[in-house]
Design a protein. Structure first.
Length: 159
């Protein structure tokens, strides 16, 4: 009996390190996935209603990298110091949209005397909130034109 209880203590000692190692491995894997592939983001505010509501979790796809008008993206606003979720209204090389007087729909700016309208730079995106009356977006200098390098990814879904 003494041999079996000694053997049990050795086995128990060997098993004690497994759980902490698995926990550390899971933590590192989750961090890597969040940094490179997918990330959960909490929606704050009502600027994206009715599509997304304040307090809702959304999943961000960081793998795509191709963004176009209509996509909902998450980006980091340096001026505000937060992650922001908005819909792309226009992308690089496209005319800067301007809201109509009633705040409904969009139109492109009038051409200048040389036949050229204001267009977005190669790495710039014009974003709008779905709830135009309650959105701080590219129309506001606190957000302005969103640089490609600030985009975290595309919003996949709400949870």
């Amino acid at each position: 009996m003494k041999q079996s209880s000694g053997q049990e203590r050795k086995n128990a000692g060997k098993k004690m390190w497994v759980l902490p190692v698995l926990c550390v491995a899971a933590f590192l894997a989750a961090g890597l996935i969040s940094k490179c592939c997918f990330q959960l983001v909490l929606v704050q505010g009502d600027s994206m209603e009715p599509a997304y509501h304040s307090g809702q979790l959304v999943l961000i796809d960081k793998l795509g990298g191709h963004y176009e008008a209509g996509d909902v993206i998450a980006f980091y606003s340096e001026k505000e110091g937060i992650c922001v979720i908005k819909r792309i209204a226009a992308g690089p090389g496209e005319p800067v949209p301007m809201l109509t007087a009633g705040g409904e729909g969009t139109e492109t700016p009038a051409e200048d005397g040389n036949g050229a309208a204001d267009v977005l730079p190669e790495n710039g995106y014009f974003v709008l909130g779905d709830n135009l009356e309650h959105s701080i977006d590219s129309r506001d200098p606190r957000i302005g034109i969103v640089k490609r390098s600030a985009i975290l990814g595309t919003v996949l879904t709400g949870l």
